[in-house]
Design a protein around this ligand. Structure first.
Ligand code: CP
Length: 319
């Protein structure tokens, strides 16, 4: 049984490199099984097991891919999509009390919440595993896992996952508020990678993340020049400027549109570069990129199902 059995997944740092590789390997197995039209091979343990998804912030990909994953594994789902207004949080119920309730209704809980640290708070209360689906500007560990999987799948030959060693990943946009780039940076630092952080000074990658990845041996470049960074990057990981994290609309408008990746920009980048984005996008990737073979972001979102199937199956002890 996996070492992830019965574990909370709050930060990508909760997983060792071996555990990350085990999740990615299991995801590849599930992807192949589904591509062959087969059912996912899991123990009977998932029949009648219940996933609760509790989202206090909007989501399309994370919530629905978790729910799709649980359904494809043969389990069941209960869900509250607008927990801020339609759960008893609207009446003042605390995360602690919510956790004490949810543990009676589900075998695993996936929560998204605007407060950094909220996933840890829920995990401390609930007696079942909690998976963090994004806690404010903190972390989004399952996004990091599907991003790693996508990086390994893009450019892989013959369906095998490619090595992450030696890759140059450029992260572009709102690196201050983007929890996906925080988690992905930490995850990538298990390998011998070069990370280019491309952001205006106001949206730079937090220093604690930079120091962490450097302490693990990653080579870090910080720049405002996206064109130069993409000339040598294997992966361009583009992020949205997160309006909802700004103190005012005026502050947001000063930085909106600071980087826009168009087909012209891709044409001047390293040949074969993969363009990734956790989505949703606003205006930072123009639609003329969508038809290029470099556009990996819709494949990336699809990979979320396989990776979340793997994670749920491992946490619930089904593989
Ligand atoms: N990437 C991501 O977290 O997307 P959603 O906000 O739609 O879940």
């Amino acid at each position: 049984m996996s070492t992830l059995f019965n574990r909370d997944i709050i930060s990508i740092g909760d997983l060792s490199k071996d555990e990350i590789q085990a999740v990615l390997g299991q995801a590849a197995e599930f992807e192949q099984q589904l591509a062959r039209g087969e059912r996912a091979t899991v123990g009977q343990t998932l029949l009648n097991r219940v996933l609760a998804t509790v989202f206090y912030e909007p989501s399309t990909r994370t919530r629905l891919s978790f729910e799709s994953a649980m359904n494809r594994l043969g389990g069941r789902v209960v869900s509250v999509a607008e927990a801020k207004t339609s759960s008893s949080a609207a009446k003042g119920e605390t995360i602690y009390d919510s956790g004490r309730m949810l543990e009676s209704y589900a075998d695993v809980i996936v929560q998204r919440h605007p407060a950094t640290g909220s996933a840890r708070a829920l995990a401390d209360a609930a007696g079942v595993p909690v998976i963090n689906a994004g806690d404010g500007t903190g972390e989004h560990p399952t996004q990091a896992l599907l991003d790693l999987y996508t990086i390994q799948r893009e450019g892989a030959e013959g369906g095998a996952l490619r090595s992450l060693d030696g890759l140059h990943v450029a992260m572009v946009g709102d690196l201050k508020n983007g929890r996906t780039v925080h988690s992905l940076s930490k995850a990538l630092s298990h390998w011998n990678v070069t990370l280019s952080y491309v952001a205006p000074p106001e949206l730079a990658m937090p220093q604690d993340v930079v120091s962490f990845v450097q302490s693990r041996g990653a080579t870090v470049h910080q720049t405002t020049d996206v064109t130069a960074a993409l000339k040598t990057a294997d992966i361009a990981y583009i992020t949205r400027i997160q309006q909802e994290r700004f103190p005012s609309v005026e502050e947001y408008l000063k930085l909106k549109g600071v980087y826009v990746i168009s087909a012209d920009v891709v044409a001047r980048a390293k040949p074969g570069i993969a363009i990734m984005h956790p989505l949703p996008r606003v205006d930072e990737i123009t639609t003329d990129v969508d038809t290029l073979p470099n556009a990996a972001y819709f494949r990336q979102a699809r990979n979320g199902v396989f990776v979340r199937m793997a994670l749920l199956a491992m946490v619930l002890g089904a593989v």
